[in-house]
Design a protein around this ligand. Sequence first.
Ligand code: NAD
Ligand code: GLY
Length: 359
Amino acid sequence: MQTLYVELGDRRYPIFIGSHLNPQQLLEPYIHGQQVMIVTNTTVQPLYLDHYVAALEKLGKKVAVCVLPDGEQYKNIEHLTLIFDALLEAGFNRDCTVLALGGGVIGDMAGFAAACFQRGVYFIQVPTTLLSQVDSSVGGKTGINHPLGKNMIGAFQQPQVVLADMAQLKSLPARELSAGLAEVIKYALLADIEFLVWLEEHMEGLVAGDSALLAEAVYRSCAHKARIVANDEKEQGERALLNLGHTFGHAIESYMGYGVWLHGEAVATGMVMAADLSQRMGWISAADLERTKKIIQRANLPVACPKIPLEEFLAYMSHDKKVLNGQLRLVLMKQLGQAILTKDFDVELMTQTILANQN
Ligand code: NAD
Ligand code: GLY
């Protein structure tokens, strides 16, 4: 097992990464009260719930469970309410813990519920998808979607601990594993050219689900995320770089309808668009753009989106949280492995990029 820490002063917390981790032993120091609400979904429940209920009951905790329907389309205010209902029906109070057992959808919703319930209760992340292990479970961003935009309503709520168990990725469908690899590739493109070389060496093994390679990818990804979050928890600067590909990607995801394109798939094509615009701006070479596309394709991810009317694409982009004083800012690549947040891009070139990367 490897351990990383997100260094946030007295809110410092560990990320445990390994295979067949022992939740009873690893979670015990991080559960402060006696009540634990496990939030999961109908897909993860039959796979892993019993294991966690048993571990928590052995610790003498009162365990309640809230099982949500599975899907990005349920990451909304109506289904968030079901978590509050479950907490109130169980009679849980302010020293309870909400434990997210699932992918990023469950993590974001459970975390937001933890941030709101009685103005904030303890929160634990047990991410069960690659995407949630490398990204969404770390850093405390939680929230829900609105029909007009992704993740528009939410809060920062750091977990007490993150438990990333590679053994749980064995049941993950191949398409979901690839979606997680999009966020892994993101770290390489935005900050770590050596990691890109490593991914180029090992992509076949990662796609095949090799646990040792996945553990290494999760560790290297989380190391970047932990460092960036520690520097800029509330996204005043550097943390925005983690949104490489996301402004384009959120437009694709929102236009297609939540759940039609996976978040990671949309981010993958969004990163190709960011690279394409960076190349049009003269910052990266045509060879760098091809290298970006190639690694994304080798992860079985899409490099172009279906035709989306330009006005609609731009309208969705304008809802981005990085818009400042009405001005869109994009994360682009100054060079491969070095992202920047900038408002200084050519809007005409951006339009060309969007049109050029549609099927
Ligand atoms: P997800 O939560 O929808 O999970 C993907 C699918 O895998 C679901 O069907 C789920 O039930 C299933 N699943 C989960 N674990 C499984 C397992 N071990 N075996 C078999 N099936 C399993 O999607 P995701 O890709 O994990 O997360 C995407 C979400 O995360 C999006 O809503 C996105 O906005 C959010 N996100 C948040 C952050 C953040 O910082 N908070 C960062 C990135 C993404
Ligand atoms: N996934 C982007 C962030 O956590 O900031």
